[in-house]
Design a protein around this ligand. Structure first.
Ligand code: ADP
Ligand code: MG
Length: 247
């Protein structure tokens, strides 16, 4: 579903990604862990081209994302086509404040996918039900808790019917008592077979839900493997040191 090959990203002189290779299979849940500043967000942002990779290739469902030499307009169309398949949820919810929950969720399906409004509303209601937010369909974001806002943000991404979901520290901005409801929503999604790349500091979640854990430090994959292996008996000293900070 996603294939990153020899991915490099520079910001000026700063080589933030130093040759990353990750393949994600259909329905696989990959947790990306690592210290702050190690390049996790940049990696996810490259996957839907919010950042342009400096070198290397990214394939989404077999299609090369960062095609070279296309004319700008053609490239934009190419990007838009691929991006509808990749949903992203950030630490900050970025809901439209002047729209209700339902309006937030149907906005992209109506304006980007050109779905008829009634059909988009029906689909949105089903998704809101799934994330436990149907009761709040007519509420405005400012009246919601952080956990509720984040569940709406997930619903909004799901409304585009993505094949792949990217989560960048989706629970890091939440009060501790609200983290669980968002993780539960993500876990439900994983159980339904969604392909997911999840950047997280929630080690219990990674251990329980991820099929594979990738540990990144200073722009390189230090090691990766099944959660049982990475959390119980990592090979690398750097991994032990990092995981030690969570005990
Ligand atoms: P993480 O998500 O693991 O904390 P990031 O991917 O956000 O790490 O950042 C990795 C490095 O890239 C950091 O040194 C950060 O300062 C730098 N960086 C991220 N985005 C930019 C940007 N837009 N311009 C310049 N440097 C950036
Ligand atoms: Mg980050």
């Amino acid at each position: 579903m996603v294939q990153m090959q020899n991915l490099h990203k520079y910001f000026g002189e700063n080589e933030v990604l130093q040759g990353i290779d990750i393949s994600v299979a259909k329905s696989e849940v990959v947790a990306v862990i690592g210290p702050s500043g190690s390049g996790k967000s940049t990696l996810l942002r490259c996957v839907n081209y919010l950042e342009e990779p400096t070198e290397g290739e990214i394939f989404i469902e077999g299609n090369l994302l960062n095609v070279k030499g296309m004319r700008r307009k053609e490239f934009q169309r190419h990007l838009n086509r691929i991006r509808t398949k990749v949903g992203m949820v950030f630490q900050q919810f970025n809901l439209f404040p002047h729209m209700t929950v339902l309006e937030n969720v149907i906005e992209a399906p109506v304006h980007v996918l050109k779905k008829p409004r009634k059909q988009a509303e029906k689909a949105a209601e089903e998704i809101l039900e799934k994330v436990g937010m149907l009761e709040k369909r007519d509420a405005y974001p400012k009246t919601l808790s952080g956990g509720q806002k984040q569940r709406v943000a997930i619903a909004r991404a799901l409304a585009m019917e993505p094949d792949i979901m990217l989560f960048d520290e989706a629970t890091s901005a939440l009060d501790p008592e609200l983290v669980g409801e968002v993780l539960k929503t993500m876990e439900d999604l994983a159980k339904e077979g969604m392909t997911m790349i999840v950047v997280t500091h929630e080690m219990d979640f990674a251990r329980r839900v991820a099929d594979r854990v990738v540990f990144i430090a200073e722009g390189k994959i230090v090691e990766q493997g099944k959660p049982e292996k990475i959390f119980a008996e990592p090979d690398e000293e750097r991994t032990k040191q990092f995981l030690g900070t969570f005990i």
